[in-house]
Design a protein around this ligand. Structure first.
Ligand SMILES: *Cc1c(COP(=O)(O)O)cnc(C)c1O
Length: 404
C-alpha cells in the first residue's frame, strides 16, 4: 500500500526553515480548497498573492495541458514561441522595451540589481554603485536581495553582506535625500510594501523618488513582484500612480501558480545586459511562459481589472463591519486585492493568532508582520466566497477576542 503523507512527514523529511499549518490541502477549485479529510476552506491567501485566478482556473489548466503536450523546455541555447509571445505581451502592455525571464521574484530582483550596477559602470563608472532601498522592504531571499531588503533578520548570520547598500525610511522622502547623491546607482522600492505590512507608497513619495533618480542619473526600480499582474486593480501598480520606473520586476501572480518571474526594462538600460552578463537555465521555460501568457491575457482586461476594484470595496466593507462589532483593527488599507488590516493596540502582535483559528473555521488568510492580517485572494473570487469567507473570519475573530 502506498504511504499517505502526513504533517509529521514534514518534520521528518523537510528542512526546518518553515512551520506550515497542520492541515494538508489536496485539491483546489477557484477560491475553495479541500484537505486530506475532505474539509473545505475558502482561500483568502492565494498562495501568497500567487494564485491570481484561484486554483485550477480552466484557462490556465488549458494552457498548461496544451503546452505540456508540445514542448516543455529548451534552455536559452534556443528560443521558443511561448517565451517570445510572453515577452511581446509584457512589452506591449507596459513602459518596457525588453524582458528578461526567470523563475521567481528573487531572481527577477537579482537580475534588476545586477543590471543596475552594470548599467552604472557602463555609463558612469565604478564609483556609481550605491543602491538605496527601504526599511521593512522585502525583495527576495538570494543574498543580494536580502541585503537590499530592509529586514535584517533575513540578511544577518550569513557572513559578510554585499556592500554599497543604504536604507531609508519608506514614505519619507527626506530620509532618501540624506542618502542620495551622484554615486547613487539605483533606488529599489515596492510601490506598496507587501511583506512589510501592506503599506501603500504615497503619490508624493514615489514621485519624489522618480525626481531624485532623474536629478542624480540613477535608476528607479519598482519591485512589483507582489503588486503586479492585476493585484492592484491595474496590470501593474505603477499605472495607478502614473510614475514610470526604469526597471520593473514581476513574479507571483504572473504565473497564477506556475513558477515564473520577469524583469522589464527600457532599451537604454537593458542594453547593458550584453551576451553572457546574466542568465538562468529555466528562464523562458516554454511551459512557464505559456501559462504566464494565458494569465496576463486573461487578467489584463477591463472586466477583470474593474472586478478587482469592486472586490476591493467589498473586502473593505466587510472588514469595517467586523471591526465596528469587535474593534480588533486600527486601520484597514491596501490596493486592489492586496489588503491589510492592522491590529488595534489591545491586540498588538496578535495577527498570527488569527490564522490557526481561521483554519479551524475553514478560512485561509495571511499575515504581513506581527501586526497585520493580510488577504491576497484570487482576482476573480466570487462574491459568495467573499461573503462566506468573511463570516468565517468573523467567527475566528470572535474567538480571538474571547481568549484575550
Ligand atoms: C515575494 C516577493 C519577492 C520574492 O519572490 P520569490 O518568488 O519568493 O523569490 C520579492 N519581492 C516582493 C515585493 C515580494 O513580495
Amino acid at each position: 500500500m502506498s504511504h499517505t503523507p502526513s504533517r509529521q512527514d514534514f518534520d521528518h523529511y523537510m528542512a526546518p526553515n518553515y512551520s506550515p499549518q497542520q492541515v494538508i490541502p489536496v485539491r483546489g477549485e477557484g477560491s475553495r480548497l479541500w484537505d486530506q479529510e475532505g474539509r473545505e476552506y475558502i482561500d483568502f491567501a492565494g498562495g501568497i498573492a500567487v494564485n491570481s485566478l484561484g486554483h485550477c482556473h480552466p484557462v490556465l489548466v488549458d494552457a498548461l495541458k496544451t503546452q505540456g503536450e508540445k514542448l516543455w523546455h529548451l534552455s536559452n541555447v534556443f528560443t521558443n514561441e511561448p517565451a517570445l509571445k510572453l515577452a511581446k505581451a509584457l512589452v506591449e502592455r507596459t513602459f518596457a522595451d525588453k524582458v528578461f525571464l526567470c523563475s521567481s521574484g528573487g531572481e527577477a530582483n537579482e537580475a534588476a540589481l545586477k543590471l543596475a550596477r552594470r548599467w552604472a559602470v557602463d555609463n558612469h563608472g565604478e564609483h556609481k554603485d550605491k543602491i538605496i532601498s527601504f526599511y521593512q522592504s522585502f525583495h527576495g531571499r538570494t543574498f543580494f536581495t536580502v541585503s537590499v531588503g530592509g529586514q535584517p533578520k533575513y540578511s544577518q548570520g550569513f557572513g559578510p553582506v554585499p556592500g554599497g547598500i543604504l536604507h531609508a525610511t519608506y514614505n519619507d522622502l527626506e530620509s532618501v535625500r540624506k542618502l542620495v547623491g551622484d554615486d547613487t546607482c539605483a533606488i529599489m522600492v515596492e510601490p506598496m510594501q507587501g511583506e512589510g505590512g501592506i503599506v501603500p507608497g504615497t503619490q508624493d513619495f514615489l514621485q519624489g523618488l522618480r525626481d531624485l533618480c532623474d536629478e542624480h542619473q540613477a535608476l528607479l526600480i519598482f519591485d512589483e513582484v507582489q503588486t503586479g499582474v492585476g493585484r492592484s486593480g491595474e496590470l501593474y501598480a505603477y499605472k495607478n500612480y502614473g510614475i514610470t520606473p526604469d526597471i520593473l520586476t514581476s513574479a507571483k501572480s504572473l504565473g497564477g501558480g506556475f513558477p515564473v518571474g520577469a524583469m522589464l526594462a527600457t532599451d537604454a538600460v537593458a542594453k547593458s545586459l550584453v551576451i553572457g552578463t546574466h542568465g538562468s537555465t529555466y528562464g523562458g521555460n516554454a511551459l512557464a511562459s505559456a501559462v504566464a501568457l494565458a494569465a496576463v491575457e486573461f487578467i489584463d482586461t477591463p472586466e477583470v481589472l474593474e472586478g478587482v476594484k469592486k472586490r476591493h470595496d467589498l473586502f473593505c466593507e466587510h472588514l469595517e463591519t467586523i471591526n465596528r462589532k469587535h474593534g480588533v483593527f486600527k486601520e484597514i488599507r491596501g490596493m486592489g486585492l492586496l489588503m491589510g488590516a492592522q491590529m488595534a493596540d489591545a491586540f498588538e502582535g496578535c495577527a498570527k493568532d488569527i490564522l490557526p483559528l481561521a483554519i479551524e473555521e475553514g478560512l485561509m488568510a495571511l499575515i504581513a508582520g506581527p501586526n497585520v492580517l493580510r488577504m491576497a485572494p484570487s482576482l476573480v473570487i466570487p462574491e459568495a466566497d467573499i461573503v462566506e469567507g468573511m463570516a468565517r473570519l468573523e467567527r475566528a475573530i470572535e474567538r480571538l477576542v474571547a481568549t484575550e
